[in-house]
Design a binder for this molecule. Structure first.
Ligand code: NIG
Ligand code: FE
Length: 394
């Protein structure tokens, strides 16, 4: 008996304009190709070029003049949680400011939730993001804050994505309210021992009301000693040491970057640390926008992500973040689309995603629009009309 094999190659043709993010394949930094085709072989991109030159394949899909982009790479989210914070959001929209203290509400709900409930929540928000074109999703712990609850969150996250971040140092656990140093000892010792095997990254919320520079350095250094790569919640609520610390420890990314001085911008521009901007957080907390322009002009690499979480940014939409970044953060549509795809890949130190080129993972989205610019031009409109993830149309 022979085994049956399924067709493996698919050509997607007549893509009105394709963002490849590979300047060697097309025009400008986005490597744009007009009337393009993409050939998928298994879970990889096999060929990219003009539709008229597409090779013969087992299957063909006519994009019908829709635009194509790499699947979004959302490098920052907090999806392992239970409950929501509608009341807090309502109060904020009546004038109360955002504070890190609200995280405790979600910690209590998350500790009380079953594994099944947490799994279902993660699956639900990942599916929601995938429908909107996100094909790589990082996610964090940080709503458990005990050894067992943090390890549980990471185990659950790891069943859904490879990009898992340990954020035991989200806030000082309420159980250690009178002993923050004791909590840092717990995080850098037994908690990391239990959590490091389930994560790729270590993160810390370096901010007034969370962890100061020395505490954050201790967490990141301990994480590195166990093989994790740092990333930092930095300079979200005010000027602080987070960005400088991120650069000092060689973090993959400094996230938020809302309050930056010139020294922060210079440090980012002269490092491999990506500045990840999270406009959903400023939108949902009515805070000042981060300014991408000085970062880009100084030569820093900028990523855009959702920060999807129930407190400060309850959106899974990268398209929405692109629109905000263009409208309010000084980015051009081309820059914002690059940052939401290739920029996110840089923040996760990935070369297989965030671009459409031979050898890359076959992750792409078609837009009901003639070009990627419409993501900013038509805010709030669900333009993503087809998504391929690892070569499979979802
Ligand atoms: O990235 N800044 C810290 N952590 C999250 C907010 C978490 C929450 O409010 O639940 C953030 O915005
Ligand atoms: Fe966050």
């Amino acid at each position: 008996m022979t085994t049956t094999s399924t067709p493996t190659t698919t050509a997607i043709t007549h893509i009105s304009q394709l963002v490849t993010n590979d300047p060697s394949l097309g025009e400008g930094p986005l490597g744009l190709i007009q009337d393009a085709a993409v050939v998928i072989d298994g879970d990889r991109i096999a060929w990219v070029g003009a539709s008229s030159k597409a090779p013969a394949t087992d299957n063909a899909v006519d994009a019908g003049g829709r635009a194509g982009i790499p699947g979004f790479v959302d490098s920052h989210s907090h999806l392992v949680f239970a409950g929501d914070r509608t009341a807090e959001f309502n109060a904020r929209m009546s004038g109360r400011p955002y504070s890190a203290g609200g995280i405790r509400t979600t910690v209590a709900a998350t500790r009380a939730a079953t594994d099944e409930a947490l799994h279902a929540n993660v699956a639900r928000y990942l599916a929601e993001a995938l429908r909107q074109g996100t094909t790589t999703q990082e996610t964090k712990s940080g709503y458990g804050l005990t050894v067992e609850d943090e390890a549980r969150a990471l185990r659950i996250a790891a069943e859904h994505t490879d990009e898992v971040t340990f954020l035991g140092a989200h806030i000082v656990s309420p159980d250690y309210a009178d002993d923050p140093a004791g909590y840092v000892d717990l995080v850098t010792g037994p908690m990391l021992d239990a959590c490091a095997p389930h994560a790729r990254w270590v993160d810390v919320f370096c901010e007034k009301g969370a962890f100061d520079g020395d505490q954050a350095r201790a967490v990141l250094t301990a994480g590195k000693a166990r093989g994790l790569v740092p990333r930092v919640h930095a300079n979200q609520l005010g000027h602080g040491p987070g960005v400088q610390l991120a650069v000092e420890v060689g973090a993959a990314s400094a996230d938020h970057c809302t309050h930056l001085g010139q020294a922060d911008i210079d440090a980012l521009a002269h490092s491999d640390t990506v500045a990840t901007l999270l406009p959903g957080a400023e939108f949902s907390t009515r805070a000042q926008w981060p300014d991408a322009r000085p970062l880009l002009d100084a030569g820093a690499t900028v990523a855009l992500s959702t920060d999807c979480n129930p407190g400060s940014s309850f959106t899974s939409s990268m398209g929405f973040c692109i629109a905000l970044a263009v409208r309010d953060m000084g980015m051009t549509p081309d820059e914002a689309v690059w940052s939401a795809t290739a920029g996110g890949a840089r923040a996760l130190r990935r070369t297989d995603v965030g671009r459409i080129a031979p050898g890359a993972r076959a992750d792409l989205a078609l837009l009901d629009a003639p070009s990627h610019v419409h993501l900013a031009y038509r805010p709030g409109v669900p333009l993503v009309s087809a998504v391929w993830h690892k070569g499979v149309r979802v």
